[in-house]
Design a protein around this ligand. Structure first.
Ligand code: HGY
Ligand code: MN
Ligand code: MN
Ligand code: MN
Length: 464
């Protein structure tokens, strides 16, 4: 199949970078932490606002138009917009782009542009807008707002899709609230285990998943979580635009990364329990300090990861909680959460095995109880589909953009979409590779390149 795009298309690929930048900035204001950081956690008020925020955009536009007629119409428009803040922002942008919008039982949002052969399996693209605490404003967002703008680029060029094009906002990619990464895409990929687990999952405040979902207007009584599962062949291809979250593209002065594989992520939860006690009165030989057991395990994670024999193995202790958390009380409980990944699944699983052995050995030597050792997820890596890669390569050649093949060390919703559809991912450079922190930054120029490549590749895949 030749992926040559209709020539007319190339000369009309114009990205509205100003509008896109404004939307990224606007979306970043829906955050539970002050700018420049962004915190937007699944089903919290700010998350719901971001999905359904003000029709501010439309009301501002209407207000500006009305302004030529009545002086203060714009402000009425904005007040009205903010007042009806419960309506859709992302959904609204999709609506503005002429997409038909639907949501599933857990809040995955779909915006579809019908093709002239609507019965064929559509081509999908998308990403997430949830953000871990104190992170940045581009992770995931570029792949949602950029996807909507890619649709606008194609519409402005006069392109008519054969296969429908569908933009997907995955309800939650980050594990922050319920400890489950890629919750929305994992369900779309048909995880029965997750659908079952969500019936009893609670967050750190003991709010159940279902209660939180219902407070955001999802998972209604009659909804069955497994209704979210995508049917076989739902999409002919899935493509995600994302910042690299690494330094390679910027360091090598390249415009685009074509992802060939996504590393295999895993997360563990470990709890130790000891007798605790008075920090002054209990002499050292009489202690069984749950805090020191956790500290030793964290150092063992580092030891086993470094000992794997490959630079591709990584391990992080991002959460380490001590109870009761008082300076003069020996920790009677400790809670450790471990994230370990590798592009080689077996090597990663060997590290998990060694971490488990360490936890057991530390517990017995320190006479603490290993009250929990839980593997929350232990996912295989995902490979990108050859035909999607070829479509991206053809696009890059036509747009004369430099690129390289690369592995994604971060996981993404594409990791799960690869289970139900031929998958591809494209990266754009980000400043010093920074991500998951407020300094995260992607230039308008790089975002514009990413949107153009996405638009043209979607067009090619749609005509297949
Ligand atoms: O952690 C990850 O890899 C992703 O950015 N959530
Ligand atoms: Mn992330
Ligand atoms: Mn992401
Ligand atoms: Mn005292």
């Amino acid at each position: 199949y030749s992926f040559a795009a209709p020539n007319s298309l190339l000369s009309f690929l114009s990205v509205d970078s100003t509008a896109l930048e404004n939307q990224i900035d606007e979306l970043s204001t829906f955050s539970d932490t002050p700018a420049p950081s962004v915190t937007r956690i699944l089903y919290t008020e700010k998350d719901v606002l971001a999905r359904r925020c003000a029709l501010l955009l439309v009301f501002t536009l209407c207000g500006l138009i009305l302004r030529y007629h009545k002086e203060n119409a714009c402000f009425h428009g904005i007040d009205w917009g903010m007042g009806i803040c419960k309506l859709q922002y992302i959904k609204n942008l999709m609506g503005l782009s002429g997409l038909s919008v639907r949501e599933d039982a857990v809040g995955n949002i779909f915006g579809r542009w019908d093709g002239y052969e609507p019965d064929l399996a559509p081509v999908a693209t998308g990403s997430h807008i949830d953000a871990i605490p104190y992170s940045g404003k581009y992770d995931g967002v570029v792949g949602v707002l950029g996807a909507i703008e890619a649709i606008n680029v194609l519409k402005r060029s006069g392109f008519k899709p054969k296969r429908s094009l569908e933009v997907v906002l995955f309800t939650s990619e980050e594990p922050t609230r319920f400890g489950i990464s890629c919750l929305g895409s994992r369900l779309l990929a048909g995880s029965e285990a997750l659908a079952e687990a969500l019936k009893t999952t609670v967050d750190a405040q003991n709010i159940s998943f279902l209660e939180a979902a219902r407070s955001a207007g999802y998972a209604k009584e009659q909804d069955d979580i497994s209704s979210v599962f995508l049917k076989e062949g739902s999409y002919s291809a899935f493509l995600e635009l994302h910042i690299e979250q690494g330094p390679i593209l910027e360091a090598e002065g390249l415009s685009i990364g074509i992802v060939t594989a996504i590393a295999a992520p895993a997360s563990l939860k470990v709890d130790f329990e000891g007798n605790g006690g008075h920090a002054g009165a209990v002499l050292m030989p009489n202690r069984n300090d749950a805090g020191l057991a956790a500290a030793e395990l964290a150092l063992d994670v580092e030891k086993h990861v470094l000992g794997s024999g490959s630079i591709d193995t990584v391990g992080t202790v991002g959460i380490l909680e001590l109870h009761p958390g008082a300076i003069n009380s020996i920790p009677s409980k400790s809670h450790v959460e471990i994230d370990t990944r590798d592009i080689d699944e077996k090597r990663r699983n060997d590290v998990i095995e060694k971490i488990h052995q360490s936890a057991t050995t530390i517990a017995s030597r320190r006479r603490v109880r290993l009250s929990e050792f839980k593997i929350v997820n232990q996912d295989p890596p995902a490979l990108s589909d050859k035909s999607v890669i070829e479509a991206m390569e053809a696009t890059l050649k036509e747009l004369n953009l430099t690129h390289k093949m690369m592995i994604s060390r971060a996981y993404h919703d594409s990791l799960f979409m690869a289970r139900v559809s031929p998958m591809g991912m494209l990266f754009i450079p980000c400043y010093k590779g920074y991500s998951h922190k407020p300094e995260e930054y992607a230039s308008s120029h790089n975002i514009g390149n990413g949107v153009k490549v996405l638009a043209l590749t979607l067009a090619k895949l749609s005509l297949k």
